[in-house]
Design a protein around this ligand. Structure first.
Ligand code: URA
Length: 256
C-alpha cells in the first residue's frame, strides 16, 4: 500500500511520537514529585509518599504515592484523566496475587470487563484461564492487568493520549507488585511497553528486558480465538515461560 519512503517516514513519525510520550510522561511524574516535595516531610516511621522505590519498575521513583495495591485501587477508581473515564462502567484495575512472580499485561478492558470491573473475564479471559490451567498455573497465583484501565469504545485500539495518561498507573502498579517476570499479551501491550513498532512475530520467542525485568511476549487470547492454528505456538510460549520462571529471573535480554 505504501512505498518504502512513506513507510520509513511513518516509522520515524511513530518513533518520534513514542519519544514524545516518554518525555511527556517524565514531565507528568516530575510535576507529581514537585507537588509531593511541597508537602511537609513525614517522620521516618510514617508511611511516606516519597519512600524509595522497591524496584526500577516505576521509572520516576519520586512518584511512588501508594503503600499497597489496595490503597492505589481505591485512590484511582474515579480517574478522569482521559475521555474513557466518562464512558466506562467500571475501571478495571487488575486482579490476582499481590505476591505474583508473573504479571500478564493485556491491552484494554472489553465489554464484559467493563461490566464486571475485572480483567480478562470474557471469552478471551476464559481461554487465558484454560491456557494457564494447562501449564499448571491458576489465575489467582499470577497478576493480570492491562495497559488501559478503561474500555475504549467498540474495543478499538488504545489511542496514544489514552496510553500516556494511563501508563503511569501501570508503572506504579508494577513497582508495588515487583514481579520476577512480565508477559505482554498481544502486539499492543508489547509495542507500548517495549517502545517499539516491531510486529508481534519479531517480538515473540525471545526474552526482552523491561526496566531490568525479564519480559516475555505471546499472543493475545482474542487472536487465538480468531485463529485456532496459533494455539500450539501459544501453548509452547507458556510452557517456555514456565520453565524460565522456575529457573529464576537472572536472564539476559534486550530492551529498555
Ligand atoms: N482484552 C484485553 O486486552 N484485556 C482484557 O481485560 C480483556 C480483553
Amino acid at each position: 500500500m505504501f512505498d518504502n519512503s512513506q513507510n520509513s517516514s511513518l516509522r520515524e513519525k511513530a518513533l518520534n511520537y513514542l519519544e514524545f510520550l516518554s518525555l511527556y510522561e517524565k514531565e507528568l511524574y516530575l510535576e507529581s514529585a514537585r507537588a509531593v516535595e511541597k508537602v511537609e516531610a513525614p517522620r521516618a516511621d510514617e508511611s511516606s509518599a516519597m519512600r524509595p522505590a522497591q524496584s526500577s519498575l516505576n521509572p520516576y521513583p519520586a512518584y511512588a504515592p501508594y503503600d499497597s495495591l489496595h490503597q492505589m485501587e481505591a485512590a484511582v477508581g474515579g480517574c478522569l484523566r482521559c475521555t474513557l473515564g466518562s464512558s466506562r462502567n467500571k475501571l478495571v484495575f487488575g486482579t490476582g496475587s499481590s505476591n505474583a512472580r508473573v504479571v500478564f499485561i493485556g491491552e484494554a478492558p472489553g465489554a464484559e470487563e467493563d461490566r464486571l470491573g475485572e480483567p480478562f473475564v470474557g471469552r478471551a479471559g476464559k481461554l487465558l484461564d484454560t491456557m494457564l490451567d494447562q501449564i499448571g498455573w491458576e489465575r489467582s497465583e499470577v497478576y493480570i492487568c492491562n495497559i488501559l484501565k478503561c474500555r475504549p469504545p467498540n474495543n478499538r485500539d488504545p489511542l496514544p493520549d489514552e496510553i500516556s495518561m494511563c501508563e503511569p498507573y501501570l508503572h506504579e502498579q508494577l513497582r508495588l507488585l515487583d514481579p520476577d517476570w512480565l508477559v505482554a499479551l498481544g502486539r499492543v501491550s508489547a509495542q507500548v511497553l517495549l517502545r517499539t513498532t516491531a510486529p508481534l512475530r519479531a517480538l515473540r520467542g525471545r526474552v526482552h528486558k523491561y526496566r531490568g525485568k525479564p519480559f516475555w511476549v505471546t499472543y493475545h487470547p482474542a487472536a487465538l480465538l480468531r485463529n485456532q492454528n496459533l494455539m500450539p505456538d501459544a501453548h509452547q510460549d507458556l510452557l517456555n515461560l514456565k520453565q524460565m520462571v522456575l529457573a529464576g529471573p537472572d536472564i539476559e535480554g534486550n530492551g529498555i
